[in-house]
Design a protein around this ligand. Structure first.
Ligand code: PHE
Length: 453
């Protein structure tokens, strides 16, 4: 159903299509690249434990709130707020989300490009040569990473032009099961290597003394990023959903799939990493610089490495299309642009900001911007820090909007389909959205800015 310009709004072809697309948005570089390296830096199992609590007690509730706003509003992130609270400035929450989309996708596209580059590198270069040094050489090169970033962004733009059912839904349906299967293969590979049990212990045996304020904060920030919350992505995706669909069960399924893939990624990486005696706190270079040497110690290593980086690229694409879709839906719904023009214009603009991000790793690394609480950062790291801040503010505003502006009599009618699916979770959800989430997220924001310790 390609209906550019026609009256009827696009919708999901099936319930499972929506689940795949929303899970596709959630599952991305956040799960497979960022989650393992944050877990590695923050003590493994203890971090994972706090992360799970953050998903369960905050993330899940914010996701349900976003689905409800989107389906009730039936429009893009900005339009839905305008529809539910006409004449108020709450649409700014959606505008903030559209702005966040520019911020996130500009650096996301750069890392997405790295995943394509590494797919080719793992078959064209001996794995022993894919070291931290060669990773740094690659990302600081003025031209190479930009070429791959442009390829990644072009793919993103093309899929978004194909539209909801033709593009996003179809691709997600194919790509998500592939990702799951490849991760399982990698886990079997990893846990059968001698010495891998130390990695299992690292993942399963929490050392609670490792939990401190900063671990809690990075776990919560990662939960937002990984579940695609606080930006209006899930509002936009919810707006394509039919009135019959069960929102709480959809939110539970999407959050569970996202968490499952992050945990599987941990199990794919750490046992193998320990088996070859490497440092789990290897940082942002973990996947790109460390894993090739892990794969090198395996039979058919180059093949497994290529499969892994294709997987990472697929996961990144199903997320990047959801970020671009957020802006495209706004231009389409609010300003009457065609899907194609919106995707091309916005995609090109974001690619150009991304070029500056890529250059900030090398040629332009002397140019730094101070982020409150973090100090001087290059453009790429600055946009990363800004992302955590913007998503947290977005999530906070979404909770406050539901609790105090839209109000629970209407919000509860939406999430329960007018009382059709109800239960003890309704008052719990209300309590979290009204009290728990605003306080916890508020603390994250103030702490992130260095205002409170
Ligand atoms: N959740 C995606 C990931 O884990 C990133 C993302 C953030 C997508 C915000 C949409 C909105 O990679």
């Amino acid at each position: 159903m390609e209906n550019n310009g026609s009256v009827q709004r696009e919708s999901w072809g099936s319930k499972i299509g929506f689940i795949f697309a929303a899970a596709g948005s959630a599952i991305g570089l956040g799960n497979i690249w960022r989650f393992p390296y944050l877990a590695g830096e923050n003590g493994g199992a203890a971090f994972i434990f706090v992360y799970l609590l953050a998903v369960l007690f905050i993330g899940l509730s914010v996701m349900l709130a976003e689905f409800a706003i989107g389906r009730a509003g039936g429009l893009d992130a900005i339009g839905s707020f305008k529809k539910l609270a006409p004449g108020t400035p709450w649409w700014i929450t959606g505008a903030l989300g559209v702005f966040s989309a520019f911020v996130i996708l500009s650096f996301y596209g750069v890392v997405g490009g790295w995943t394509i580059a590494y797919t080719f590198k793992s078959v064209s270069t001996p794995l022993t040569n894919l070291t931290m040094e060669s990773f740094v050489n690659f990302i600081t090169n003025p031209l190479q990473p930009i070429l791959w970033q442009v390829v990644f962004m072009a793919l993103t733009i093309i899929i978004v032009i194909l539209g909801i059912q033709g593009g996003i839904e179809k691709w997600s349906k194919v790509l998500m099961p592939v990702i799951f299967i490849i991760l399982l293969l990698l886990i079997i590979r990893g846990v059968t290597l001698p010495g891998s049990s130390a990695g299992l212990k690292f993942l399963l045996n929490p050392d609670f003394s490792k939990i401190n304020g900063s671990v809690i904060l990075s776990a919560l920030g990662q939960a937002f990023f990984s579940l695609s919350l606080g930006m209006g992505t899930m509002i936009t995706y919810g707006s394509y959903l039919s009135k019959k669909e069960n929102l709480p069960s959809s939110a539970l399924t999407v959050a569970s799939l996202d968490t499952l893939i992050a945990i599987l990624a941990g199990f794919a990486i750490f046992p193998a990493l320990f088996a070859v005696g490497m440092d789990p706190a290897g940082g942002a270079g973990l996947v790109f610089a460390t894993l090739p040497s892990v794969f090198d110690k395996m039979p058919l290593g180059a093949l497994f490495a290529a499969i892994f980086f294709i997987l990472l690229c697929f996961a990144a694409l199903t997320s990047s299309i959801s970020i671009l879709e957020c802006v495209v839906a706004y231009l389409k719904d609010q300003l009457g642009w065609s899907r194609k023009n919106a995707a091309i214009v916005v995609g090109t603009l974001i690619t150009l900001i991304g070029v500056a991000c890529s250059l900030s790793n090398g040629l332009w690394s002397d140019f730094t911007i101070v982020f409150p609480g973090k100090g001087a950062l290059n453009l790429m790291d600055f946009l990363g820090a800004l992302t955590d801040f913007l998503l947290s503010v977005g999530g906070l505003l979404i909770c406050l909007f539901v609790a105090y502006v839209w109000k629970f009599n209407k919000a509860n009618a939406e999430v329960t389909n007018n009382g059709q699916f109800t239960g003890v979770w309704v008052p719990i959800w209300n309590f979290i959205v009204k009290i728990v989430a605003p306080i916890v997220i508020g603390f994250v924001i103030l702490n992130g800015l260095g205002i409170i310790g």
